[in-house]
Design a protein around this ligand. Structure first.
Ligand SMILES: *Cc1c(COP(=O)(O)O)cnc(C)c1O
Length: 230
């Protein structure tokens, strides 16, 4: 099942790249494996997947321990400061930095563990009350402040677009966050590059790619629906 799903996702990514005049190599597919058993991750690994996304620290750590070491683990979920220490040297990228206090803790722990941690700033581009993330103005201020911290590197922005029936409804949000990343890039802030735009999930990754996503986070489309009741 995973093999078939991956083929379908891959074909759609390629088609979206083509429509947008982009090279396939510009887009990284992250397989979001949260709630899924290790066997399913191993299957995806066997087909060549090396980028996995998890939203809970403990679950990521458990999977990290048993899975091969050439995997890049992406922390995509809301992160509590007291759990940051567990991710040091293990998370390839933390997508969900939404406050200066969290950035400060990632910086402090990175110094302590003698690593540099790549982070993205999470932007709640549609201003949904139920979602974490900064608004546009906060994002700029946060990038400017976090850029001064040691041992972290700001690589771009991440957003979770609203859950919609029609993915076209999210196009404007993807355009807005892309514009925000261009605006930040033009400020030429030291220690900040805006090469990553993490946006697009199962329901809307094709539109996200058309609008400039460099990372798409696909869970259901690869592993099937999640069951939170087990
Ligand atoms: C769960 C999750 C995804 C994947 O969602 P799907 O709709 O299953 O593709 C992507 N990003 C984040 C931040 C998530 O929590």
């Amino acid at each position: 099942m995973i093999c078939e799903n991956l083929k379908e996702v891959e074909a759609k990514i390629e088609a979206a790249c083509k429509r947008a005049g982009r090279d396939r190599s510009e887009v990284t597919l992250i397989a979001v494996s949260k709630t899924k058993p290790v066997e399913m991750l191993e299957e995806a690994y066997g087909i060549g997947i090396r980028e996995f996304g998890e939203n809970k620290v403990q679950e990521m750590m458990d999977k990290y321990e048993v899975m091969p070491k050439d995997i890049h683990w992406h922390m995509i979920g809301h992160l509590q400061r007291n759990k940051v220490k567990y991710l040091m040297g293990k998370a390839a990228l933390i997508h969900s930095v939404d406050s200066l206090r969290l950035a400060e803790e990632i910086s402090a722990q990175s110094v302590k563990h003698e690593v540099t941690t790549d982070i993205l700033i999470e932007v709640n581009i549609a201003g949904e009350e139920t979602k974490f993330g900064t608004d546009r103005e906060e994002a700029i201020a946060l990038v400017e402040a976090a850029a001064k911290l040691p041992n972290i590197h700001i690589c771009g922005l991440m957003t979770i677009a609203p859950f919609v029936e029609n993915s076209e409804d999210n196009r404007k949000y993807f355009q807005q966050i892309r514009q925000l990343s261009v605006d930040i890039k033009e400020k030429n802030i030291d220690n900040v590059d805006m090469r990553i735009l993490s946006m697009g999930m199962t329901g809307d990754y094709e539109v996200a790619i058309e609008e400039g996503a460099t990372m798409v986070r696909v869970g259901t489309g690869i592993f099937g629906a999640r069951n939170y009741n087990i």
